[in-house]
Design a protein around this ligand. Sequence first.
Ligand SMILES: Nc1ncnc2c1ncn2[C@@H]1O[C@H](COP(=O)(O)OP(=O)(O)OP(=O)(O)O)[C@@H](O)[C@H]1O
Length: 133
Amino acid sequence: MPRKYIKKRINSFGYAFKGIWAAFWYEPNMKLHLLGAAEAIFLGWFFEINNAEWIWITLAIGLVWMAEIFNTAVEKLTDLVSPEYNELAGRVKDLAAGAVLISAITALVIGLLVFWPHVEKLPGYDELLQKYL
Ligand SMILES: Nc1ncnc2c1ncn2[C@@H]1O[C@H](COP(=O)(O)OP(=O)(O)OP(=O)(O)O)[C@@H](O)[C@H]1O
């Protein structure tokens, strides 16, 4: 393989990592998603979830991060193209935000499906249920 080609591919990775770093550094929402991921990983460790369950958690985290980064990119591009008020620009941003919301709801459902059976097995769960329900 030509050296120039390899160098270009390595550069592309560098730009992509720069984008990921910028998203986590500058975007408050990404910090929240990072916190959400940390919580899910902590729960996964606490409940000693199996490989299949880790796959779902990994997919859920990746889905939300990916959607948020795309949303940020769309927002920036929209601000660049249409800094003034524009109905279409607003709709574009709403659509991108909608995609993030769908990813977050999906991740929440995955989290409940994965963790709820483990929560039910916690000692004292039945007593707690009887006391409050
Ligand atoms: N140029 C614009 N023209 C019309 N409406 C806009 C425009 N910019 C933003 N909006 C409206 O305001 C909403 C919020 O846009 P904004 O860019 O402030 O995103 P945000 O919710 O603050 O994003 P974040 O918090 O993720 O940075 C949009 O979803 C859209 O409805």
